[in-house]
Design a protein around this ligand. Structure first.
Ligand code: ADP
Ligand code: ZN
Ligand code: ZN
Length: 678
């Protein structure tokens, strides 16, 4: 009987391949590299990825196990996909199996053969897109046209920064560039695929329906974590088999198999949600650029407030900068940004009289307002005035947040939930006071102030049910809402046409954060949320839309830059500061994290790690407890490593990981390359 040794990687922390024996059954075809195989591992049966075939193995005959099944009905994952996973594994210092396998839809890894066959059959019958004529495409503005030409005419690897103010019609550029590239390849008789990444699941439905309307007959799929497993499997398979020509997704889509990929678009490329914050802590943006380089294709990074990394590449000429200076809709202008001094205009229920008057004016005119407060819940903490008790989480270094409608105290870090105590647990005082203000409390205050107004809150709590976020956004678009209150969920991307006022309630805390990225983020967030206003053409005689920012530091230079819509100036200043302070992007970092039941165990491991290897040219800082030291009864500490050279850092990390993997410790540890939250 014909047999082969299959070299397989599995989703385990062990950085190695495993050999299994394959024996031909009937007229079965020879397995191929890139196929999935089901194998026994310990007492379980797991899916593995075949990365090599051999005649022989060093595993002794008695120990060699047989492959249970090869998923031969599925086309092998292509070499370019394997190369992407290989790169990510090397760069982020993870075993290949831990990179390659978790990215595949769960169904693919666990499906019985019949169920996989059924999915494939369903896909074969699936109608490619819908019929009908494409909806009208708007006449591009000259700057948009230049951008589309630059993207569609690019040859080879071409990283392009599409730097356009909010509402400048970046989406239109993506769509028309995609259309040109698809058409070019079709004319040459080739299949082409386009990948469009967005930062938020909630942005996919609007964009997806736009794309479908614009590309009748083109198979469009979306890929994000909000899809049911069955749907996600179908989308993934459609991409893998080349049927889907346009794939719209969140960060995880960057790891999908796209054998005919010809263009990658990353909308709002600066957005922190492109960074995966657990498991393989990858940057979808960075992987996208690598992937484009590997495939020699264009990659478009779109933003009104590019990340400093991207901005620096553009300034240095490594990325080509395409600029859109004006809003696309006729007569739509950027809103006027005004600061409200909270020391002079003391807020009531969190709202200054200036902001209240502005809201009132919008209600009278029948226009929409948006209040932005990046804090959900009713109040961040419950407090006893009599004895000073506060609602600490018993499992974390954080507070239990008061959620009034749900009648619970909730920890946002470990998900612990408690009933709201009727009296102080320490002294029995029944008059417990909420301190501070979250979106629920603002909603309550507004309702009392404007009983007639239609007020809607959109945050993670109000949109817990599947479909509810979409319904909420739809009702805003239909004009059924007068005042919208929300967290960052409402700040990003949405094209709200009726909005003429944006109020920002309390952004000051980020000004004094210990995180050096906080001001870059705050600036981007304020520009984003401000960009939701004034997106429709101004009515004749109407006044321009406004953004009102409440602050105790109205003269802070960051706010000055926001008010002047001056990203360039702000970025130049920030880059100078980063260079002087030797911070990214002028320096490369990695963060070793350790957690254990006792803080000492975590710190001791990091201390050993800091000294276990010679490290010329690499700065290893002192191990320190993390700012939020305890989460869910686990103590956490970290060790920051820095180096001005990326290759030198990479070389050190490789050797270091080998030593660390041999270290005996009770601490659980992980490494993050290019960390964003330090
Ligand atoms: P951005 O992503 O840059 O914030 P959008 O892509 O959401 O901006 O575009 C803002 C609005 O401008 C949308 O309503 C879009 O339909 C419209 N738009 C884009 N390009 C044009 C154009 N060339 N002519 C007229 N309207 C346009
Ligand atoms: Zn008390
Ligand atoms: Zn907790």
């Amino acid at each position: 009987m014909e047999q082969r040794i299959l070299q397989i990687v599995l989703d385990t922390p062990l950085d190695r391949t495993f050999d299994y024996r394959w024996r031909r059954q009937g007229d079965e075809a020879l397995p191929q590299i890139g196929q999935l195989a089901i194998v026994p591992f310990g007492r379980r049966e797991v899916a593995g990825l075949i990365i090599g075939l051999a005649e022989q193995t060093e595993v002794p005959d008695g120990k060699l196990k047989d492959v249970l099944a090869v998923r031969s009905q599925l086309a092998p994952l292509p070499p370019q996909w394997l190369a992407l996973c290989g790169f990510a594994a090397d760069y982020y210092q993870r075993p290949l199996g831990e990179v390659a396998l978790p990215g595949l839809p769960k169904n693919l890894r666990t499906l019985t053969t019949t169920a996989l066959d059924r999915a494939l059959k369903k896909l074969a019958k699936l109608d490619a897109g819908h019929d009908g004529n494409p909806v009208n495409t708007p006449q591009l503005k000259p700057e948009q046209q230049e951008a589309v030409d630059a993207i569609a005419d690019a040859r080879g690897f071409a990283p392009l920064l599409l730097y356009g103010v909010t509402g400048s019609g970046k989406t239109e550029v993506y769509l028309q560039a995609a259309a040109r590239i698809l058409a070019q390849h079709e004319a040459a008789g080739e299949v082409a695929q386009v990948l469009v990444l967005v930062p938020e699941i909630n942005l996919t439905p609007q964009l997806e329906s736009n794309i479908r309307a614009r590309f009748p007959g083109v198979h469009v799929v979306s890929l994000h974590s909000g899809l049911a497993e069955g749907e996600r499997t179908l989308s993934w398979l459609a991409a893998h088999q080349g049927q889907a020509r346009i794939v719209l997704g969140t960060r995880l889509a960057i790891l999908s198999s796209l054998p005919h990929l010809k263009l990658i678009v990353i909308d709002e490329e600066h957005d922190p949600s492109y960074k995966q914050q657990e498991g393989l802590r990858y940057s979808a943006r960075d992987l996208a650029v690598w992937r484009a380089h590997q495939l020699a294709i264009p990659v478009v990074l779109g933003s009104a407030t590019p990340s400093l990394e991207t901005w620096q590449h553009a300034q240095a000429g490594r990325y080509r900068k395409l600029q859109l200076r004006e809003r696309a809709v006729r007569d739509a202008v950027l809103p006027k940004v005004k600061m409200i001094d909270m020391e002079r205009d003391r807020p009531n229920d969190g709202l200054t009289s200036t902001l209240v008057a502005a809201l009132k004016l919008r209600l009278e005119r029948g226009e929409q307002s948006l209040l932005f407060l990046n804090r959900r819940g009713y109040a961040p903490v419950l407090n006893c005035d009599a004895c000073g008790w506060i609602s600490n989480c018993m499992r974390c270094t954080s507070f239990m947040v008061l959620h009034k409608p749900e009648r619970r105290l909730r920890c946002h870090h470990c998900s612990l939930e408690l009933y709201i105590p009727k009296a102080c647990p320490t002294c029995g005082n029944v008059d417990l006071q909420p301190l501070g203000r979250g979106t629920q409390r603002v909603e309550e205050g507004l309702q009392a102030m404007f009983p007639e107004a239609r007020i809607l809150r959109i945050d993670a709590d109000s949109t817990r049910l599947k479909g509810s976020a979409q319904n909420a956004f739809d009702s805003v678009h239909r004009g059924e809402v007068d005042i919208l209150i929300g967290t960052q969920m409402v700040a990003k991307g949405h094209d709200f046409k009726r909005l003429t006022l944006v109020g920002v309630m309390n952004p000051d805390t980020a000004l004094f954060s210990h995180d050096y990225r906080a001001s870059e983020r705050l600036f981007a967030q304020l520009m984003q949320v401000a960009g939701r206003a004034g997106r429709a053409g101004q009515k004749e005689g109407g006044s321009p839309s406004e953004v009102l920012i409440q602050s105790r530091y109205p003269h802070h230079p960051l706010y000055g830059a926001v008010a002047a819509h001056d990203y360039d100036g702000f970025a130049t200043q920030l880059l100078e500061e980063r260079q002087q302070a030797a911070l990214p992007p002028f320096l490369y970092q990695a963060l070793l994290r350790a957690e254990a039941a006792e803080l000492d165990v975590a710190l001791a491991f990091l201390q050993d790690a800091a000294t276990c290897l010679e490290h010329p040219g690499i700065t290893i800082n002192d191990p320190i407890p993390m700012t939020m030291t305890r989460v869910a009864n686990v103590e956490r500490a970290q060790l920051l490593i820095e180096c001005p050279s990326r290759p030198a850092l990479q070389a050190f990390l490789r050797d270091w990981m080998e030593v660390l993997r041999q270290t005996k410790t009770r601490a659980k540890w992980s490494l993050e390359v290019d960390p964003v939250d330090i």
